[in-house]
Design a protein around this ligand. Structure first.
Ligand code: AHR
Length: 555
């Protein structure tokens, strides 16, 4: 049997076909590669520009959940942990180092329980409430002004999620006025009294979160009407071109289609989608993947193969958006929650705290290779969640601090931000994972039915930074034990082609290796090493279970 497989990612038209090619017919659980099969080929097609990679796909998400906010972002003005007016310094520095572009807040499910007025003004007067979703007390010390100051210090764009489920258009409009208002009103005077006379100019606003579930249990049609009601007021108030609205979507059960159809047929809808700039969808890799640090080899491959399900869903959504919009009112996909979700308790101060291994990092890298290949169609992605929760980028506990393996992926993918995606064609040996059985329906829904999946060991993406005359190629060898010799060709790149470059690597002795608060540096990236490659064809060896970032200089 020929195990090699070409995977081309170019136009959206080709994407559906590609999704089909990643499915497989009956094969064993995990293929043992033959010595012959450890070679792969990657074509980076110089002349095929797929579209600009929006830097916001390297975004983050922080919810009032476990210790994502309290301890990691807010330590309080009297804390002995280094802080700027109560905002934790080391986490701010971590976000600055990776040039984190955007941060979504305050939820998550919490967003549709949150009333922004509870979190402004003198802290000692703020109400104590109870976080019904994640079972812990909420003292409201960290509110709008603290969040926006945290964003300013970290250099990230804020992205606010308004309360639809238990809120009102009036409350959301007041929040927008508080953040962005220039007029002299009671609410802008309140902002000034709280120390910020100038508008914050918050650009990104989502109208609820998961409104098919914790955001109010709407059906798609009812949510569409609610959405239209909210943006009637928010859209009228927002200065043209200064705000982007993100609507709640869902990959499952025809939600997106029903949502668009309902908007199109509103009495005053003018048969066009208006006031929707991005559509929020969420995707967690969960179920059948073992534990965070204890998993079988098959569970390792199953986790990475899960990206195929995400790809199929994104491709379907891209097709749907193309159907309902034109280039004049195109809607981007905001994958504003994603990541691996291990089986851990979900309430209290340590809710959804999970270990983070090299497996998680490689999953993030494979996901980014995929997101890069969609060019402008994916406008945002926010990993869940920034600190101490799910697939976080750093752990904190009191004065202790550790970067996770996943953090280093964000670091190694920085050169892709705002660069032009180039088409990549992968020819690589493959692995196959068996279908899952006996999983509860909610997991199967996330896993796309758990069908058998065939994936190439090599995952790759490439982009061009015109200004720096640099191609960035990110390669993941998903094979657990064998190195992969990759022939890289850049067809269309004129002589002299590549003139040297550098490489950084992220791997570790065991894919189960993790960074903890006591051993924070077990998994760390290498320093850049020089690459003496020339021309438009060369070979590069990627070790097993490793990510490599190649920066190639072109004339
Ligand atoms: O990230 C944890 C939760 O997952 C979020 O609150 C919710 O939006 C999603 O279901």
């Amino acid at each position: 049997m020929n195990r090699r497989q070409f995977l081309g990612k170019s136009s959206v038209a080709a994407l559906g076909a590609m999704a089909l090619r990643t499915r497989a017919s009956a094969m064993p659980a995990v293929l043992a590669p033959s010595p012959e099969s450890q070679r792969a080929r990657l074509d980076v097609v110089w002349g095929d520009r797929v579209g600009k990679i929006n830097r916001n796909i390297y975004g983050h998400f922080a919810e009032h959940l476990g210790s994502c906010i309290y301890d990691a972002m807010w330590v309080g003005v009297d804390s002995s942990i280094p802080n700027y007016n109560g905002l934790r310094k080391d986490t701010i520095e971590a976000l600055k180092h990776i040039h984190a572009p955007i941060l979504r807040w305050p939820g998550g499910c919490f967003a549709d329980q949150y009333h922004w007025r509870d979190g402004v003004g003198p802290r000692e007067k703020r109400p104590r409430t109870w976080n019904i979703w994640w079972g812990r007390d909420e003292g409201n010390a960290f509110g709008t002004d603290e969040f926006l100051e945290y964003c300013r210090l970290s250099g990230v764009e804020p992205y606010l999620c308004a309360n639809v489920g238990s809120g009102s258009p009036e409350e959301a409009l007041d929040w927008m006025m508080y953040c962005n208002g220039k007029e002299s009103t009671t609410v802008t005077a309140l902002r000034a009294a709280n120390g910020h006379p100038e508008p914050y100019k918050v650009r990104y606003w989502s109208v609820g979160n998961e409104n098919w579930g914790c955001g109010g249990n709407f059906d798609a049609e009812t949510y569409a009407h609610e959405y239209a009601r909210f943006v009637t007021y928010l859209g009228r108030y927002a200065e043209r071109g200064t705000v982007e609205f993100v609507a709640c979507g869902d990959f499952r059960e025809g939600w997106n289609q029903k949502f668009f159809e309902t908007l199109l047929h509103l009495p005053a809808g003018r048969r066009a989608i208006r006031n929707v700039q991005q559509l929020s969808v969420h995707h967690y890799f969960r179920g059948g993947l073992g534990q965070a640090t204890q998993f079988t080899d098959e569970e390792y491959y199953r986790a990475l193969a899960g990206v195929a399900v995400l790809e199929a869903r994104l491709e379907e959504t891209i097709g749907l958006i193309q159907h309902y919009t034109t280039s004049q009112n195109r809607v981007g996909i905001a994958l504003d929650e994603w990541g691996i979700w291990h089986p851990v308790p979900g309430t209290g101060a340590e809710a959804l705290w999970q270990s983070n291994t090299l497996r998680d990092a490689l999953l993030a890298a494979v996901t980014f290779n995929s997101l890069n290949s969609y060019g402008e169609a994916v406008s945002m992605a926010n990993i869940a969640q920034t600190f101490n929760v799910l697939q976080c980028i750093a752990f904190t506990k009191g004065p202790k601090f550790a970067l996770t393996p996943t953090y280093h992926v964000f670091d190694l993918y920085q050169p892709h931000m705002d660069a032009m995606a180039l088409k990549t064609v992968v020819d690589s040996p493959t692995y196959t994972v068996k279908p899952l059985t006996q999983l509860p329906p909610e997991f199967l829904a996330f896993l796309g039915g758990g069908g058998e999946t065939k994936r190439t060991y090599l995952s790759a993406s490439a982009s061009l930074n015109e200004a720096q005359k640099q191609i960035c190629v990110t390669l993941v060898n998903q094979h657990l034990t064998e190195p992969l010799e990759v022939e890289i060709r850049i067809p269309g790149l004129d002589s002299p082609g590549v003139r040297g470059g550098s490489v950084r690597e992220l791997t570790s002795g065991n894919v189960r290796d993790e960074n903890t608060l006591d051993k924070p540096d077990v998994v760390h990236p290498s320093a850049p090493k020089e690459l003496s490659v020339q021309g438009n064809k060369f070979t590069h060896i990627v070790p097993p279970h490793a990510l490599e970032t190649l920066l190639l200089q072109v004339a």
